[in-house]
Design a binder for this molecule. Structure first.
Ligand code: ATP
Length: 258
């Protein structure tokens, strides 16, 4: 048995944007899925405010097929794992049983407005409450003018912002964001980070944890966590983590060149 995570102790203050960094395979996504409630750790204690939302790396997984009203993001991840062919994931210290029922329907959301409103169906709101929540959420991510646009016509960064607005409309308190900017160009990348920053500023009580490989994104963070080999090596203010990672990188380059 090889544990994936060990010695992972972090605390993210409410209302802040923190980033989670580390080399490939160090356990960032696993930790994020545990925080989202998608995986259950064999040991340890966990406290995450609710409602919480998990936003995917690939916006097409979020906005078209994989958001369902009952427990949208959970089903989304389960379906993604199924689509990837690992219906029963058995990990050394983590296991996840995916139900037998195969969910193959495709939900097509025609407009940005309908997409953002989708998760509100279960909340028993009036039409005007739904409209108001959708419009506030889209405003927070700078997408108000796209209300009637078909989602398929949006750019990757715009789709990410719509996915974040969906979480926001559901009044989430915790946003778990998995490498959102991987497929985005520089201007979309900055647009998405700023949208998250803006909604944290507006709400004052949404907390976000953002997984990334891009060091330059640290400048937007209130704090950061650096992991290696399943462990949290350092956490604290973003500038110190940035310095720490850069020093590691340059000593690695020195070793290669010597
Ligand atoms: N479903 C799975 N089945 C088996 N092993 C897994 C599974 N998911 C993750 N792992 C293993 O757990 C470890 C941590 O993976 P994880 O995806 O959390 O890393 P990561 O830091 O997010 O990596 P990356 O930066 O490449 O996305 C890796 O060794 C990975 O191979």
């Amino acid at each position: 048995m090889v544990p994936i995570l060990k010695d992972c102790s972090i605390r993210i203050p409410s209302g802040q944007l923190w980033m989670l960094l580390g080399p490939n395979g160090c356990g960032k996504s696993t930790l994020l899925k545990i925080l989202a409630g998608l995986l259950t750790p064999t040991n340890g204690a966990l406290y995450v405010r609710r409602p919480k939302s998990y936003v995917f790396q690939n916006p097409d997984h979020q906005t078209n097929e994989l958001r369902f009203p009952a427990n949208g993001f959970c089903l989304g991840v389960l379906m993604m794992e199924m689509l990837c062919g690992s219906r029963f994931l058995k990990e050394t210290n983590l296991s996840l049983q995916i139900p037998e029922a195969s969910l193959t329907m495709q939900v097509v959301m025609p407009t940005v407005e309908a997409d953002v409103a989708f998760g509100l169906g279960r909340l028993n709101l009036t039409n005007s409450e739904v409209r108001s929540r959708v419009s506030k959420a889209l405003e927070a991510v700078g997408m108000s003018e796209y209300l009637q646009r078909p989602v398929q016509t949006l750019s990757g960064g715009q789709k990410q912002r719509v996915a974040i607005a969906g979480a926001l409309a559901e009044a989430c308190k915790v946003l778990l964001l998995d490498e959102l900017t991987t497929f985005l160009d520089e201007s979309d990348q900055i647009g998405v980070i700023k949208a998250v920053q803006n909604l944290l500023d507006i709400s004052g009580e949404v907390t976000a944890l953002w997984v990334t490989h891009r060091l330059e994104e640290l400048e937007y963070a209130d704090g950061a966590v650096y992991m290696e080999d399943g462990r949290v090596i350092m956490h604290g203010d973003a500038a110190s983590i940035n310095k720490f990672i850069k020093a590691k990188q340059s000593s690695y380059i020195d070793r290669i060149n010597s």
